[in-house]
Write a protein that binds this ligand. Structure first.
Ligand code: SAM
Length: 241
């Protein structure tokens, strides 16, 4: 990473209240290199420019730490991790989190696994599969304290896919762009159907870039009915609300 890239990362993280160590910044530098190499074959990101990757992948991923919902020791699922976002930045900055990056695309998960190993991140435990199927697997269902997710689906779809993985009392931390009142309303109703309640929907702007973002927090307040999630593809095709 160039000195400008490092400065941008440090400044963006600082705006989120994070003082990155030199070792953490070095790991982000390695991640940048591996992402650039991997993208050539795997189509992991549309972003090519260092500034964009630093702000719109690295700093953006870290914005889910706002509000302290991911503080402490937690078992965290990253639903639809793609090239490892937000899982890998979170694992670099919060070594106390045990993170399971999940994606339906095996090649992406293999990239995340190789990258975690190259970065020496022992708190990353990748998983291949569809959320609709794994959310019914007794080894995965109700086994997580937190689910994080970025750029995967509309809120009602996320509620149905994510809530089955959470223990009662666990939280879905969903990173969204600007959120319409309609999406929030539909997400609130879907959450109620699968055992959840919206605790917060906090708008903010991405440090240094200024793009509009919303962090939505849904608490699992009751066990998810067994009929959810519905079978593969249905949550997206026919959202609950
Ligand atoms: N979270 C990453 C990010 O912010 O860069 C990737 C976002 S990408 C637009 C969405 C990812 O979610 C894709 O890699 C896709 O394979 C995955 N995905 C979508 N629906 C899924 C499902 N039902 N189960 C597992 N993975 C899913």
């Amino acid at each position: 990473m160039t000195p400008e890239g490092r400065a941008l990362l440090l400044e963006g993280a600082k705006e989120l209240g994070l003082d990155l160590t030199a070792e953490q910044v070095d790991r982000f530098g390695q991640l940048l290199d591996l992402l650039n190499e991997g993208s050539a074959q795997l189509n992991l990101t549309a972003l090519r420019d260092e500034r964009d990757i630093v702000l719109k992948h690295f700093v953006d991923s870290l914005t889910c730490l706002r509000g302290g919902w991911l503080d402490g020791e937690q078992r965290v699922l990253d639903l639809g991790t793609g090239g490892g976002f937000p899982a890998l930045p979170l694992a670099i900055v919060q070594p106390r989190l045990q993170i399971v990056p999940l994606d339906a695309t095996r090649k992406k998960v293999e990239f995340v696994e190789r990258t975690a190993q190259a970065l020496g991140l022992e708190n990353v435990h990748p998983l291949v599969g569809r959320a609709e199927n794994l959310g019914r697997d007794p080894q995965q269902r109700e086994r997580y304290d937190r689910v994080v997710t970025r750029a995967v689906a509309a809120l009602p779809v996320l509620a149905e896919l994510a809530l089955p993985f959470l223990r009662v009392g666990g939280l879905l931390v969903a990173q969204k762009g600007p959120l319409t009142p309609e999406e929030l309303e539909a997400g609130t109703r879907a959450a109620a159907e699968v055992g959840g309640q919206v605790r917060a929907a906090e708008p903010f702007t991405l440090p240094l870039a200024g793009d509009a973002r919303t962090l939505v927090i849904i608490e699992k307040t009751a066990s998810t009915p067994e009929r959810y999630p519905r079978r593969e593809g249905v949550p997206n095709r026919k959202p609950l609300f």
